[in-house]
Write a protein that binds this ligand. Structure first.
Ligand SMILES: [Zn+2]
Length: 343
């Protein structure tokens, strides 16, 4: 098979990377080139030179089949950097008899291109939907190549607005840590459809049910469940190994997690760690962390401890249980303190 590519450069002289342009896959280079001239692609603004066709490369992102037709990739437990290109969150896809759906897209266009290749290594079926579990950049920045491959980009109600509000801070914070060449061509996605309550995506022989959650990890959390296997795709409503990040509501998150853990599911794909964990046991460390955060925060507030002092103590007994703990716990403590202060 052949695919279309374009070279992206930060400036004349580089750094550069070769980007894949999904949507032009063909059996021969001439058919690929004909498709390019019939439907010229909207190339990223860093494009240097014209798109061209070349053999489809081997995907360099590993996915494990965790249940029949359900594939999951484990993102690095790390902050985004030049080496991992933002591949720091889990990604999954589900193959039905008629179509494919992807859940989350990784943290850069390069990762999204690798997701496309990993899917195409297993099936030529249309990629019908890309479900974004929430707004965070490590889950959404890889969306564009999957949208170009034909996927409808689906998120919870409020996602498009949340992304627009954070576009500058995500590019400056997350994007600049990856830098060029890894982040070249990366942009936040447009959201084609927002889910306010619940909807289903029929993939042929199986339906992916999407449910909007109240504010918990963030105000844009959306979960998915595969009807054929029962696998639950929780996004960052479930963290494992990687220190949790609170960017929504602590009591909200405790409530959502309590409700989800009362459900039956054979496996959960968390947003970080795993990538497949037993359910509900896979959520136990997170539930314990959130309970500790809440109890410590309420104790600090009851003792009249000021924010600066409280954030040095809240949650610290959890330190040994999580990677990247110091990067996240103090921020979580601040968020918990400022939220629970008004109870
Ligand atoms: Zn997140």
């Amino acid at each position: 098979m052949f695919e279309a590519f374009v070279t992206l450069c930060l400036a004349a002289g580089g750094p550069c990377r070769v980007a894949l342009l999904p949507g032009y896959g063909a059996d021969t280079p001439s058919a690929c080139m004909a498709a390019l001239s019939e439907r010229p692609p909207a190339v990223p603004e860093e494009a240097a030179g014209a798109p061209r066709c070349a053999p489809r490369p081997v995907a360099d992102l590993s996915f494990t089949e965790i249940a029949p037709g359900v594939f999951a990739h484990r993102g690095a437990i790390a902050e985004p950097d030049a080496e991992n290109r933002g591949d720091v969150a889990n990604i999954a896809f589900v193959i039905g008899s008629e179509a494919v759906a992807v859940i989350d897209a990784g943290g850069s266009r390069a990762v999204g291109e690798a997701v496309y290749l990993a899917i195409r290594a297993r099936t030529g079926l249309p990629i019908r939907a890309l479900v974004l579990s929430h707004m965070h950049p490590d889950h959404v920045y890889g969306a564009a190549p999957l949208a170009e491959a034909g996927a409808e980009v689906v998120g919870r109600a409020g996602l498009a607005r949340a992304l627009a509000d954070r576009a500058v801070s995500y590019a400056e914070g997350f994007g600049s840590r990856i830098g060029a060449p890894g982040f070249l061509g990366t942009a936040l996605p447009r959201v084609d459809r927002e889910v306010a309550e619940r909807t289903g995506i029929d993939l042929g022989g199986r339906v992916l049910t999407l449910e909007a959650e109240p504010t918990a990890h963030t105000a844009t959390d959306l979960i998915a469940t595969d009807s054929a296997t029962g696998v639950l795709f929780a996004g960052d409503l479930v963290f494992a190994e990687h220190a949790p990040a609170l960017d929504g509501s602590l009591p909200g998150w405790q409530g959502v997690l309590g409700r989800l853990t009362a459900r039956k599911a054979p496996l959960v794909v968390p947003g970080h760690g795993g990538p497949a964990l037993p359910w509900p046991g896979g959520a136990a460390p997170l539930a314990r962390y959130l309970d500790t955060l809440a109890a410590d925060t309420r104790a600090a507030l009851a003792a009249g401890s000021p924010l600066s002092e409280a954030t040095r103590n809240i949650g610290v007994t959890e330190a040994a249980h999580w990677r990247l703990f110091d990067l996240y716990n103090a921020r979580n403590a601040t968020a918990a303190y400022t939220e629970l202060e008004w109870e």
